[in-house]
Write a protein that binds this ligand. Structure first.
Ligand code: HEM
Ligand code: HEM
Length: 249
């Protein structure tokens, strides 16, 4: 256990042994270490994306399964109009945030690169993933310490958030282009997605399937964040609030 812990901290321990010395944001208290992992833009992006996704999932669900109709002129109450408008505004927020996160992948610290680039070709990554699975299945009670994501979380985030999120942006703007017209900017940039996947209804179905994958990710992710916080002796949830990962004990 001690070796896994020191392995995670090796790069950040002050080289001259002085507790005051800070390397890559390390704060060294007598009993607790903290590493500055998630920079402010990553945290801001995370919470804006969470809000956008809640709005997208609720309005998206209603687009596919609309509320029962109300009497009178549709244009007077405009319920589905507002539902779609909220979906499109949140869609823009999600997509612009995604682009901003890609930019931060380039200019941010090394941990900001894990989301889009997990170490898939490293044996250590897959070894850590198997160990993490055993930890979750209660086959071992020894958590391993990681400065940023554990390998299993990293793989889930890459597959179920980064790749599916990109798919949602492409399919979302392709559907959006049907309203704007094929010679609109959206039609020129994303119109090709519709014939590629079949026809409009197929794209609706795949877009909806994407939502369920992301909702599944969110449920597991939130559960894991709290579970790890309690069982792994590391400050997990706080890292997405103030940026610091604490190593307790
Ligand atoms: C996490 C991201 C997203 C989620 C969870 C999501 C979810 C959904 C769902 C469930 C539907 C209904 C599909 C159906 O059953 O017909 C839908 C429709 C749609 N979404 Fe998204 N979406 C997301 C991102 C986007 C983005 C980035 C855009 C781009 C503007 C977008 C634009 C649309 C459009 C145009 C429709 C069809 C509206 C209609 O036919 O009235 N979505 N979305
Ligand atoms: C729609 C819901 C959510 C989505 C889609 C989501 C997505 C993500 C993604 C993609 C990351 C990776 C960040 C990066 O490397 O740049 C992340 C990290 C994280 N999220 Fe969320 N998140 C959601 C909700 C929450 C909530 C409610 C919490 C609060 C408990 C939370 C806590 C965290 C923490 C602590 C991390 C860092 C985990 C680690 O270091 O392994 N998330 N989230």
């Amino acid at each position: 256990m001690a070796s896994a812990r020191s392995e995670a901290l090796r790069e950040t321990i002050p080289l001259d042994g002085s507790p005051e010395r800070r390397i890559e944001g390390l704060v060294d208290h007598a009993k607790m270490r903290a590493v500055y992992v998630y920079e402010a833009p990553v945290r801001l992006w995370h919470w804006v994306t969470v809000l956008a996704m809640i709005a997208l999932a609720v309005t998206g669900y209603l687009i596919g399964k609309p509320l029962s109709s109300v009497g009178g002129e549709a244009s007077e109450h405009y319920v589905m109009g507002y539902v779609r408008m909220i979906h499109f505004i949140s869609g823009y927020v999600f997509a612009i945030g995604f682009l901003g996160r890609i930019y931060w992948h380039i200019v941010g610290n090394r941990w900001s690169r894990q989301l889009f680039m997990p170490s898939l070709f490293s044996g250590k990554f897959w070894g850590g993933l198997v160990h993490q699975l055993k930890f979750y299945l209660f086959l071992t009670d020894e958590p391993r310490a990681y400065v940023a994501h554990n390998p299993l979380a990293n793989l889930a985030m890459f597959l179920m958030f980064a790749l599916v999120g990109l798919f949602m942006i492409f399919t979302g703007f392709a559907l959006y282009s049907e309203g704007l017209g094929i010679d609109s900017w959206a039609g020129r940039m994303f119109g090709w997605v519709i014939p590629l996947l079949g026809q409009s209804q197929d794209v609706h179905s795949y877009h909806r399937l994407g939502m369920w994958i992301m909702v599944m990710f969110a449920i597991i992710h939130i559960y894991m964040a709290f579970r790890e916080d309690i069982l792994s002796k590391q400050g997990i949830v706080s890292s997405m609030v103030n940026g610091y990962r604490y190593f307790k004990d």
